[in-house]
Design a protein around this ligand. Structure first.
Ligand code: SF4
Length: 63
């Protein structure tokens, strides 16, 4: 199990996370990233979202 943390202060709303992992990422009304699920069993493309975020705003925390 992993918990997703997003640092909204860091997020610049570039949309990369939503582009590489649209199954779990979108840009919210505030122009910042949000995850559809914030607790996940399998990382899948969430790892790509973390790796490709240009400002390291995404953390995947093992639980
Ligand atoms: S990739 Fe990072 S900076 Fe870009 S929208 Fe997603 S969380 Fe925000």
């Amino acid at each position: 199990m992993f918990k997703i943390q997003i640092d909204k202060e860091k997020c610049i709303g570039c949309g990369t996370c939503a582009a590489v992992c649209p199954i779990n990422w979108e840009i919210g009304d505030d122009g910042k990233a949000k995850s559809i699920k914030d607790e996940i069993e399998d990382l899948g493309c969430n790892r790509l979202a973390e790796e490709n975020c240009p400002v390291q705003a995404i953390k995947l925390m093992p639980q």
